[in-house]
Ligand binder design. Structure first.
Ligand code: FAD
Length: 334
């Protein structure tokens, strides 16, 4: 029978990210499904200082200042040492940029296989989308160890009980790479925040002629950025809005295709979403399927959101609503 290990790394502040905790929860349900004891779950942790994690049986910890920041050489060496020490056959890990870079190489070193962007895993079968969510593929693998990098999981439930901690030592190669820091998007504004409680979606209406017959793109940009700064919401967009730049029209400079939500874009998982100046057509709304509380602001009472796609539709001018919201929230001008 396969043995399962969750592999996670700490964030800069020493905590585990929401994605890592979700994967621990997903792994618990996998152990139940394959008939193993969910309390026997082993977790490998890599970071500068690993904090105790309750409710799991054992923790394989690699700690030290070299492991604080993402770097292929140290991350791969730490993951390899943990996998060897735990002799595990299936490794489940959050699909963070850090693990996405290091774990396929670790799989190669251990003569195993890695699958990324997996959205569901039942212990023997991994499910992932292909061709931008048009085809759903279900994979099995004979090779072990099998690294499964999950895009998403279940809400984490804290549990009682202290794990046995195994400190794993790592033989590091000579380090030629120094961690220099994080670089934000080109506008200097990080607008995609997967852990945010709220998703604000901007649609093409922000760039269209308004009731005075003029466009107001700079005002739109300011309203949106002020709102994001005060709420720390994540910014999504409709395809029409991010495509406008390709058509030579006035655009919001901080948006890229990475912000696009929908059938050919992302499927974010924020608890709440607020759509503004977006029509709510099906190819867009399909990207909202994991967003539980949905509200929309649109001038058109017959827009797509009115057809059962939003819990609340405010038939209003989004320029006016966001200006008022920013005022109430005490937003500082960006
Ligand atoms: C194969 C395929 C895949 C696609 N994939 C995606 C995808 O992944 N994501 C995606 O988003 N789309 C996708 N689309 C496109 C999608 O069908 C729509 O064309 C797109 O979502 C429309 O964007 P929009 O609602 O922002 O713009 P529009 O349709 O132009 O709507 C603008 C809205 O803004 C409102 N508005 C204007 N001014 C104001 C104001 N002051 N206050 C309030 N409301 C205002 C208008 O009433 C209007 O409803 C896809 C289409 C196809 C065919």
């Amino acid at each position: 029978m396969d043995t399962l290990l969750v592999l996670a790394h700490t964030e800069a502040d020493g905590t585990l990210s929401g994605a890592a905790l979700e994967v621990i929860e997903a792994a618990r349900s996998v152990t139940t499904r394959i008939g193993a004891d969910p309390n026997a779950l082993a977790v490998g942790l890599v970071g500068e200082k690993v904090r105790p994690l309750s409710g799991v049986a054992s923790v394989y910890a690699v700690e030290g200042p070299e492991f604080a920041a993402p770097r292929y050489a140290t991350d791969a060496a730490a993951a390899e040492a943990i996998c060897r020490a735990s002799s595990t056959s299936v490794v489940v890990a959050p699909g963070t940029s850090r693990w996405m870079r290091a774990l396929p190489g670790v799989a190669q070193r251990l003569n195993g296989r890695a699958d990324t962007h997996v959205m569901a895993f039942d212990g023997t079968r991994a499910t992932r989308w292909c061709y931008r969510q048009r085809i759903e593929a279900v994979l099995t693998r004979a090779e072990r160890p099998w690294f499964v990098l999950l895009d998403a999981g279940l809400p984490y439930q804290p549990r009682q009980g202290e794990p046995a901690i195994h400190r794993v030592s790592v033989n590091l190669p000579p380090l030629r790479t120094r961690f220099g820091g994080f670089v934000e998007t080109k506008s200097g504004q990080q607008t995609i925040r997967p852990d945010a409680d709220l998703l604000l979606v901007a649609g093409a209406g922000w760039t269209k002629k308004q009731k005075d017959g003029q466009t107001h793109v700079p005002e739109a940009a300011k309203l949106i950025l002020d709102f994001l700064a005060v709420t720390r919401a994540s910014l999504g967009s409709s395809k029409s809005l991010v495509d406008l730049s390709g058509e030579g029209q006035a655009v919001l400079p901080f948006l890229s295709h990475l912000n696009q939500v929908g059938q050919t874009g992302a499927t974010p998982r924020h608890p709440k979403g607020l759509s503004t100046c977006c029509h709510g057509e099906e190819p867009h709304v399909v990207g909202w399927r994991f967003i539980r509380e949905r509200r929309a602001i649109n001038l058109d009472p017959n827009c797509g959101w009115a057809r059962g796609k939003a819990d609340v539709l405010y038939v209003a001018d989004a320029f006016e609503v966001l200006a008022k919201l920013n005022e109430l929230l005490g937003a500082q001008s960006q």
